[in-house]
Design a protein around this ligand. Structure first.
Ligand code: C2E
Ligand code: MG
Ligand code: MG
Ligand code: MG
Length: 280
């Protein structure tokens, strides 16, 4: 009987693993198909100036639509895209689409910068700088409008190379934000050495800062660090007015989160932007 149970248990795990592999394979096929047809969708989440309440930026967030019309979360396909190298083409397509959208905004008088996430694997790519600048040129968008969001771990891969890449991008006028700041292996030296412009306080600290003193301490520390180093600050994951007012009080300049808006499809974002531009 015990033996029987053991076998069942074994089967259960093996089924589970098989399901996972199948799911992974399905997502990979979907992603390849979306890339080959250029059918990835890009949503935009507003960034708000905490002092004026006005829209001051937008983050482009990729979405993959499955065959039932539902959306697959980037959490479920970005890691896979990194492992398979597909993230290089994904990044290029997202950037092109974001530039296209930015042109629409400009035609409506909305001249905010656009932030695009860059994966670690893209940093390892040989011609990353050239390819980003080429896209900007082809899409007729000035580099000053582009901010790239990079995680700490992406920057820590290869110090010399990262320094070159960020230097070249900065020279061209592109801004660099450190995404999920505080969750990786932060080194104060690299903030100085690399041309970083913005720190994005990770949403886990924002979520817990009102209930957990050490998270609040981390938020305070990041804010004073940014001040001392003359970096802009964005707080991610603001969901309540209380979180907003604490962050504002502590001197954080920019906020992003469901409190203002979830990431929106391009047409809804434009409506949002036009309404805040008029009524803020
Ligand atoms: P991220 O760059 O840190 O983006 C912020 C994530 O937090 C987004 O999830 C956004 O929808 C979510 N978020 C925003 N406000 C709130 C809030 O108030 N509460 C909560 N709970 N969540 C909030 P999303 O869109 O699912 O993206 C997840 C991650 O996938 C991103 O984290 C980024 O690392 C990656 N990603 C998304 N788009 C791209 C892309 O085009 N390229 C690359 N390489 N990575 C991407
Ligand atoms: Mg980001
Ligand atoms: Mg983040
Ligand atoms: Mg993240």
């Amino acid at each position: 009987r015990a033996k029987h149970e053991g076998r069942n248990r074994f089967c259960f795990f093996s089924d589970d693993l098989e399901k996972q592999l199948l799911q992974r394979h399905k997502i990979e096929l979907m992603l390849r198909e979306a890339l080959s047809r250029e059918q990835l969708e890009v949503f935009y989440q507003p960034k708000i100036d905490l002092n004026t309440g006005k829209l001051c930026g937008a983050e482009a967030l990729v979405r993959l639509r499955n065959h039932d019309g539902g959306l697959v979360s980037p959490i479920d396909f970005i890691p896979l895209a990194e492992e398979t190298g597909l993230v290089v083409e994904l990044g290029a397509q997202v950037l092109r689409q974001a530039c296209r959208e930015h042109k629409q905004w400009r035609e409506h008088g909305i001249t905010i910068p656009i932030s695009v996430n860059i994966a670690a694997a893209q940093f390892a790519e040989e011609e990353i700088v050239e390819s980003i600048l080429r896209i900007l040129k082809n899409m007729a968008i000035s580099p000053e409008y582009l901010e790239l969001e990079v995680t700490e771990s992406a920057l820590m891969q290869d110090f010399t190379k990262t320094e070159q890449i960020l230097g070249a991008l900065a020279n061209a006028g592109v801004s660099i934000a450190i995404d999920d700041f505080g969750t990786g292996y932060s080194s104060l030296a690299y903030l100085k050495k690399f041309n970083v412009d913005v720190l994005k306080i990770d949403q886990s600290f924002v979520r817990d800062m009102l209930s957990n003193g050490s998270d609040l301490d981390i938020v305070k520390t990041i804010i004073s660090l940014a001040r001392n180093m003359n970096l802009k600050l964005v707080a991610e994951g603001i969901e309540t007015q209380e979180q907003e007012s604490i962050l504002k009080q502590l001197g954080c300049g920019i906020g992003q989160g469901y409190w203002y808006s979830k990431p929106l499809p391009a047409d809804s974002f434009l409506k949002f932007a036009l309404s805040t531009a008029t009524f803020a």
